[in-house]
Write a protein that binds this ligand. Structure first.
Ligand SMILES: [Zn+2]
Ligand SMILES: [Zn+2]
Length: 197
């Protein structure tokens, strides 16, 4: 941050890869702790401090809400935070997100420059948590699991279905009629052949 002067308008963009912080997760998806997060932040000197505008790309790991297949993905978030110079505290600024607990409580929830060091993690964390999907899907049209047997329908194919369970008293009748069914079966097969040809 030392390269960035205090003259309003001077700006500096930094890109770096940082390890993801802990506890960035919802029920079905998370940013794995320590995973590489690609960060690009533009720092701009404004009259009362430094405006940080960031973009982060974070990897995601979780499972599909419909079929429970493990999935990986990524999320891109933008965030912005104003960091005030310590001597530039005013009352007129509107409230920003909640502050680090260890900071004093008289600062209206604003972030402050700690020397030249900016802590971007709270802003990044808030943006990511908002962007995490409540119901992540392995693909947009995931058909989910078969309600009958639990196999992923995407694997089982569109023809997957279950005939209603046959009452044992009817099973004998079904056997008797199987010979008659063979004829239908043959006709159905040739019909499919015609369609595909
Ligand atoms: Zn799925
Ligand atoms: Zn099934």
């Amino acid at each position: 941050m030392r390269q960035l002067g205090r003259q309003a308008g001077s700006a500096l963009t930094q890109t770096r890869t940082v390890p993801a912080p802990d506890d960035l997760r919802l029920e079905l998806i998370e940013v794995p702790a320590g995973a590489d997060v690609a960060l690009e932040v533009r720092f701009e000197a404004v009259s009362e401090g430094v405006l940080a505008t960031g973009t982060a790309i974070a990897p995601l790991a979780g499972e599909c809400a419909r079929c429970l297949t493990p999935l990986t993905s990524s999320v891109t978030v933008g965030f912005q935070e104003l960091y005030l110079y310590a001597e530039g505290r005013h009352d007129k600024h509107e409230k920003y997100d909640k502050h680090d607990e260890q900071e004093e409580q008289d600062d209206e929830g604003l972030y402050h420059l700690d020397g030249d060091l900016l802590d971007l993690e709270p802003a990044f964390r808030d943006a990511v948590v908002l962007a995490l999907p409540m119901s992540p899907l392995c693909r947009e049209d995931c058909p989910g699991l078969c309600a009958e047997c639990g196999v992923p329908l995407a694997d089982a194919g569109p023809g997957h279905r279950h005939d209603a369970a046959v009452d044992p008293r009817w099973a004998a009748l079904q056997q008797l009629s199987e010979q008659g069914d063979d004829e239908h079966q043959d006709r159905r097969t040739s019909a499919i052949d015609l369609q595909e040809g």
